[in-house]
Design a protein around this ligand. Structure first.
Ligand code: FNR
Length: 190
């Protein structure tokens, strides 16, 4: 069975390497995964005061998309050794109103990237910290920290590194298996 996977990109930048990596994973044609990006750049900063009878339309859109998805794939850079604010805001928006979190029980996986050597480790693990509270079962292995990401693509933004393509294929296969095994995690405890 094919799992519908919401793809959340932690960068709002037009030429984002994170988005290029997310697109490349989708184009691998991994059996069992169908990726669809959920936009996060138009979400007003989460404010409970706005979450009454008429919450912002983009909040409702995101919540609907995540609710319908079987799983969520996060592809993100690291900002100041942590999760980019836009992505953290998306987590916050989806987690409320209290008791109606759309993240609850959703299988997840994280890919972090950097143009330097560290592969976005800080963002990757700070995201995982939030997943504990959000009750999201997250794929543990293989971990994906893509360093020197600027060297992996050719001029037409296609993944040009065979080792990375093979590795991402292994990751995508493991994620598909993980979704199949964890999709039935029971709902909310908070
Ligand atoms: C960065 N960058 C960065 N890189 C890193 O490895 N560790 C870090 O802590 C940071 N911090 C940071 C803060 C801010 C505000 C910006 C704008 C950038 C660099 C960043 O990861 C790099 O530019 C990525 O290529 C951005 O991802 P996208 O936009 O290519 O997906």
């Amino acid at each position: 069975m094919t799992a519908k996977v919401a793809l959340l990109i932690g960068s709002l930048r037009n030429g984002s390497f994170s988005r290029a990596v997310g697109r490349a994973i989708g184009e691998l044609g991994a059996p069992g995964l169908e990726l669809q990006e959920s936009a996060i750049g138009d979400l007003p900063l989460y404010n409970p005061d706005l979450d009454g009878e008429a919450p912002p339309a983009s909040w409702l859109r995101l919540r609907g998309e995540i609710s319908k998805a079987d799983a969520v794939l996060f592809v993100t850079p690291e900002y100041n050794r942590s999760v980019p604010a836009a992505l953290k805001n998306a987590l916050d928006v989806g987690s409320r109103p209290y008791g109606r979190s759309v993240w609850d029980g959703k299988p997840a996986a994280v890919v972090s990237i950097s143009q330097g050597l560290l592969g976005g480790f800080g963002a990757n693990h700070h995201l995982r910290q939030s997943f504990v509270f959000l009750n999201m079962p997250v794929l543990q292995q293989p971990e994906v920290y893509l360093s020197n990401v600027g060297t992996l693509f050719d001029e037409s933004d296609k993944l040009a590194n065979d080792n990375t393509r093979t590795f991402l294929g292994t990751f995508a296969g493991a994620f598909a298996d993980w979704i199949a095994r964890t999709k039935t995690v029971p709902a909310k405890t908070d």
